[in-house]
Ligand binder design. Structure first.
Ligand SMILES: NC(=O)c1ccc[n+]([C@@H]2O[C@H](COP(=O)([O-])OP(=O)(O)OC[C@H]3O[C@@H](n4cnc5c(N)ncnc54)[C@H](OP(=O)(O)O)[C@@H]3O)[C@@H](O)[C@H]2O)c1
Length: 247
């Protein structure tokens, strides 16, 4: 009988998600790559397999109910449970736009993906996670979702706008804590990770952190042992551990 853990990473065809999938694969997980575009997903699957990862593409657009349900069925048919769900998908805009000018349509679009899409995917996959003996759910949040930092004049993010994106990540943080409390006695741990400012298509080429560094906190939260925390917001520290991030 295999002891390999089974993980699903959403938005795994590029950026931090693809790297989380790679790092979990190196930690001997079978990794499902939830990607909305089959071509991009299959390419990532091929590249990760060439790197020795047990990677499997599954079509998944978290804003599309039918796609999410089909992905749950696909996993259900192939595995009895899901040990790790990493909700990595996120979209962002409005870094230079002040709140008084930010378009409601843009804000709605970010909430559709970052909040409602993540809630939809989590609710749909939760029955499979409940079948794990030690389920772990990780949300890719952001320091911009921290209200404490946003209100701190000494914070490096003080001058940034991005109200819609920040509010969506603050809402995601609330979902994290509420869900963590609901599934506490099922042995499922639910935490949010801040990857830092990472050089990806979203973060831009000048961002200081690599994808390897950006994936670290999510991977640590995805592989917590039974003594690990739940209902928290973390980033990776200097050592091998995780450190609390201010809400
Ligand atoms: N980069 C940073 O500095 C930074 C900082 C803080 C937090 N984060 C968070 O970290 C996460 C990953 O960010 P990233 O920088 O790696 O972003 P990225 O390079 O833009 O990658 C985003 C991934 O999400 C996928 N995606 C978007 N909408 C989707 C949907 N509806 N259904 C399924 N997949 C979808 C994209 O797929 P396609 O290729 O098909 O578009 C892509 O695979 C996000 O939640 C982001 O908010 C990033």
């Amino acid at each position: 009988m295999t002891t390999k853990k089974i993980a699903l990473v959403t938005g795994a065809n590029k950026g931090i998600g693809r790297e989380i999938a790679r790092q979990l694969g190196k930690l001997d997980h079978t990794v499902w790559l939830g990607c909305r575009d089959e071509g991009r997903g299959r390419k990532a699957e091929e590249e990760l397999r060439a790197d020795g990862i047990d990677a499997h593409f599954v079509q998944l657009d978290i804003t599309d109910e039918a796609s999410v349900l089909a992905a749950v069925s696909a996993l259900d048919a192939r595995s009895s449970h899901l040990d790790v769900l990493v909700n990595n998908v996120g979209i962002g805009s409005g870094l230079q736009t002040q709140p008084s000018d930010e378009s409601v349509a843009d804000i709605q679009s970010m909430f559709e993906t970052n909040v409602f899409g993540t809630i939809r995917a989590t609710q749909a996959f939760l029955p499979l996670v409940r079948k794990s003996s030690a389920g772990r759910i990780v949300m890719l949040s952001s320091g911009l979702g921290s209200i404490a930092l946003t209100a701190d004049m000494k914070s490096p993010t003080w001058g940034l706008a991005a109200m819609g994106y920040s509010a969506s990540k603050a809402a995601l943080n609330m979902f994290t804590v509420k869900l963590a409390k609901e599934v506490l006695l099922d042995g499922i741990k639910v935490n949010a990770a801040c990857p830092g400012s990472v050089a990806t298509d979203m973060g831009g080429p000048a961002a200081p952190r690599t994808v390897e560094e950006g994936a670290r906190s999510a991977v640590r939260l995805a592989t917590l042992d039974w003594m690990g925390p739940t209902g928290g917001f973390y980033h990776d520290g200097e050592g091998p551990g995780i450190e609390p991030y201010g809400w």
